[in-house]
Structures are given as C-alpha cells and as structure tokens.
Design a protein around this ligand. Structure first.
Ligand SMILES: NC(=O)c1ccc[n+]([C@@H]2O[C@H](COP(=O)([O-])OP(=O)(O)OC[C@H]3O[C@@H](n4cnc5c(N)ncnc54)[C@H](OP(=O)(O)O)[C@@H]3O)[C@@H](O)[C@H]2O)c1
Length: 285
C-alpha cells in the first residue's frame, strides 16, 4: 500500500514509517517543514507527487499543557488542518487514518470507553483533537483511531521522564496514582494502523495496549525493569496541578479492533521491555 505519513518525524510517525518499510510498503514520512498540514496547497503537492493509497495523519500539536494557552494554534493544527488532510486524501480517493486520543473523554466512566461513548474533553488539547475527528469523519474514506499514553523512541515521553528523574537522583519519585489509562507502545500502534489501513473500515476504532494502570503503577514498573526499582510515592492529581486537566479514567474499549484484526492487543510490558533494551543499547531512533 502506498502510504503517506504526515507528522512523519514524530514518535508515532517514525514508527509507522519503519513498520511500513519493514513490511515492504512504499512509505513516505513527511516532517512539519516538508508538509505543514495547515498548508493545503503543500499537501496537494505531495499527494500529486506520491499518489498515496492511504494517508496516516500523525501530525499534531501534542503539548497538552501548552495547548491551554495556545488555543488558536491547537485548533488550527489538531482541528481545522484535518480538513486539508481530508482534501488531500479526497484528491485520489485515498483512505485516511486520523490518529486521535483518549483525552476526548472526561474520565468519569468506570468501565472502558466504547467508540460511541459521548466525548466530553476536559482540555483544549482534547477539544481540538475532537474537532479533528469531526473534520475527518466528514470524509467517507476516513477511520479515526483513538489511542492513549504513547511511549517509544523518537520523542520525549513518560518513560524517558522517569528514567531521567532517577538518573538525576530525584527519588523518591512522586507520581500520580489517581489517573488510570493504558500505556501504548508506538511501534505496536504503528503495526495496528497498518493492519487497519488494509481494511475497508470507516468510523472510529480504539487501539491501546493492555492492561490498565495508573501513572504511579507504570512508573514503578519502568524503574523496576530499568534500575531494579526505586522508592516511589503515590500522589494525587491535586498535589500535582497542571495547566490542563487530565481524565481520571481513560481506558479505551478495544473489542472492535480485536474483532476486526482477529488478535488481542499486546501488553504494554512487552513494548516497555523492548524500548528499555533499545535505550540501553543507545538506540534512540
Ligand atoms: N503522545 C501521546 O501520549 C498520545 C496519546 C494519544 C494520542 N496521541 C496522538 O498520536 C498522534 C502522534 O503523536 P506523537 O506522540 O507521535 O506526537 P509527537 O511526537 O509530538 O509528533 C507529532 C508530530 O507532528 C508534527 N507537527 C506539529 N505540527 C504540525 C503541522 N502543523 N504540520 C505537520 N506536522 C506537524 C510535529 O513536528 P514538530 O516536532 O516539528 O513540531 C511532530 O513531528 C497525535 O495525533 C496525537 O494527538 C498521542
């Protein structure tokens, strides 16, 4: 499948490009400077040149706290620019996979969020990504893929934050224990996106790794695997105020994904072990 990836140098974008090449697909991953998704003409140029069968949009303004102040930019990139991506896809009737987030939900649920659960974002980031979903779903060839808590090579993420704190002797670690979600290894998601892009699917589908855990639980597992464990203290979100509110519970239901592809989602522990081993070998790409 000829696959064009916007945001192709971010954490997920790189993983998609690598996975595609591993599968022998012609994949072109474009950086922001090559293809700013707010620039409709530029996207038109790339689809004319590459003639993709599928476009995977991994481009986003992902700094959740910064989005609270930079509302206009958040909506421009995460929301309105998706209309440009749709226009590019529509030119040659390419399928479009638009990556979205668990932060479209308010986190008040007590059971996993199904694809048709009512979104109610708590943050500007979540609201802007929801607008991006709306733009994508206006296109008949679009599939919105929501995911959560990404980690992996290529970008700052929770795993490197924890390792860095331990390295700098910032122990005991203080980590929030009242937000529950599912960490997701970017290369696993990349594989899932390529599996999904081969299907004639539309609407929304959820993909994340299993099992649910709190940030505190995730941090203790990271430090256990990386350093044999360090002292950690569970704190509440109130003790750790951030500009953007996060959902307390953002576990996504993945039954639809599992039924479509015929296998279960991978455990995040597998991804974590692979990632830590790469970091130990000095592989950061
Ligand atoms: N990270 C998570 O925990 C998480 C969780 C759920 C969903 N997601 C979603 O997953 C997708 C991938 O995120 P990620 O974690 O890979 O983020 P990332 O590492 O920040 O990558 C995002 C990429 O988008 C690029 N970008 C920003 N503005 C752009 C623009 N106007 N035009 C083109 N490219 C632009 C960035 O380029 P620059 O670096 O040059 O700005 C960066 O390469 C996003 O849709 C995100 O919302 C992420």
């Amino acid at each position: 499948m000829r696959t064009l990836v916007f945001g192709g140098t971010g954490m997920l974008g790189r993983a998609v490009v690598s996975q595609g090449r591993r599968q022998g697909w012609p994949v072109l991953g474009l950086s922001r400077s090559q293809a700013d998704i707010t620039d409709r003409e530029r996207l038109g140029y790339w689809v004319e040149a590459f003639r993709p069968e599928v476009i995977i949009n991994c481009a986003a303004f992902t700094e959740v706290d910064a989005c609270e102040k930079e509302t206009e930019k958040a909506f421009a990139v995460n929301g309105h620019a998706v209309a440009n991506v749709v226009a590019a896809a529509a030119r040659f009737r390419a399928r479009l996979l638009q990556v979205s987030t668990d932060y479209v939900f308010d986190g008040r649920a007590t059971a996993p969020y199904a694809e048709d659960a009512a979104p109610a974002p708590l943050s500007v980031y979540g609201a802007s990504k929801l607008e991006g979903e709306r733009q994508a779903l206006g296109y008949e060839g679009a599939l919105v893929v929501r995911t959560s808590w990404l980690f992996g090579p290529g970008s700052k993420n929770f795993v490197v934050t924890i390792l860095d704190l331990v390295d700098r002797g910032k122990v005991p670690l203080r980590v929030v224990d009242d937000q529950i979600g599912c960490p997701t290894y970017a290369p696993h998601l990349a594989r899932a996106l390529l599996e999904l892009s081969e299907q004639e699917l539309t609407g929304i589908v959820h993909y994340r790794n299993r099992e649910p855990v709190s940030w505190y639980g995730f941090a203790t597992e990271i430090s256990r695997l990386a350093n044999g464990g360090v002292e950690a203290v569970a704190v509440s979100s109130q003790e750790f105020p951030r500009p953007a509110s996060r959902p307390a519970y953002s576990v996504l239901e993945v039954g639809r994904f599992e039924a479509i592809v015929g296998h279960s989602v991978e455990p995040w522990g597998e991804g974590l072990e692979e990632y830590l081993s790469q970091l130990r070998q000095g592989v950061h790409e």
